[in-house]
Structure formats: structure tokens, C-alpha cells
Ligand binder design. Sequence first.
Ligand SMILES: [Zn+2]
Ligand SMILES: [Zn+2]
Length: 222
Amino acid sequence: MRGPPQVFETPIALRCACGEMRAEVAVRRPSDANRNVCCCAGCQRYARALGRADEILDEHGGTDVFQVSPRSLVFTAGRANLACMQQTPKGALRWYAGCCNTPLAITLQSPRVPFIGINHRCVVAEDRAGFLTTRVGAIRATVNGKFDPSLAKTLKARPIDLLRMLRHIGWLMLVWAVRGDQRHSPFFDAATHKPVLEPPERVAFARAAAERQSSRLALGCG
Ligand SMILES: [Zn+2]
Ligand SMILES: [Zn+2]
């Protein structure tokens, strides 16, 4: 028989490697979060760009990440160290501690999609994986991996697990959207809906887009 659902009153503590930046995530029940492992090339490139691939990626190149409501994260120290990276024009915003290049969270570019994905590396715990299993539940699915056929069977999420994971995060995001949690995201300005920091790469993306546009105009001058 299942006991009553576990409720945690204390938030999950986050801290960058040097300790300058600290934050807390309020997740009362494991079912209030969605944990998975992302093996996409973007997450791998990001881990390498921060110079912490060995601490962030597992042996198969996966990043352990859990999605929570945008209003659940609050900074408790060193917020001024927050930095943001965007690897591709349509890519996610990757928020990290600029003091020591520790990954913190990922969001989409639009504040309307109400979730933030917390990177396991900033979670304060001796045994991070075990702690996360207690607090935000087991890994629901390993996604976006291109595995060797011999590994795929054990690593790749079964369609049923993927479906269950998508149903879970879909339900959570609906609840967060209806509650208006995205208006309380620490990563977006509530009034302007813009990210609180402009990723430096955006200037180059905009320049490249403008150049493409002008060459199109020059070619199609008829
Ligand atoms: Zn730091
Ligand atoms: Zn990824």
C-alpha cells in the first residue's frame, strides 16, 4: 500500500561552484517536478563551453535536469553574477553563474512557455543523484540521444515512458500557466516579457539575419 505523498517544506538549495551565487527551489512534492536526462548536442556543447563537461555530463553525454515552475526559483545571493548564453538563433536560453561557469537553469526564449529546467550540477548535496530521486523523483526518460544500438535498448526511453513523461510535464505546465507562474520568473521581466539579460550572442545572430536579408534584397531587386 502506498503511503501519503511526501511533502518537503525546505527548498532545494542551489549553489555555484565558487559559492558566490546561491538560490533555492521550492518543490514540495516530487510530482511537482519532471526529471529527465537530455543527451542533445546543444546540452553537450554547453557543458563543454562552460569547461565543466566532466562534472555535468554522465558517461553517455547526458545532462540530468529537472523542470519546475518558473516561480519556484529565488536567488538568495550573488544574483549579479547571473549570465546567459544562447547557442543558436532559435536555441534555448542557458542561464549560468558567470563567476565560475556553473550551469543553473534553462528556459525557452519565450516567457510564455512556463518552465525552467534546473541543471543537476548546481544542486547542493553530497549524493546529488540520490538526493534528486528523493526530492524530484526518478529520471522519467532519457531523451534526444543518438545511442549505439547496443546501448539504445537500456538507455533510450521506451515510447511508453516518453509518453508518460510528456503527459506529466504537459499537465504541470498547464497548471503553471493557469496560475500565471511565468509572470514571476526570475529570468524574465514581468512588464516587458524580455529576458532579464540579453545573451551576448544575439548581436551576432541579428547581424547574420540582417546580412541574409540584405543579400536577398540585392538578389531580388526586380
Ligand atoms: Zn560562482
Ligand atoms: Zn539538451
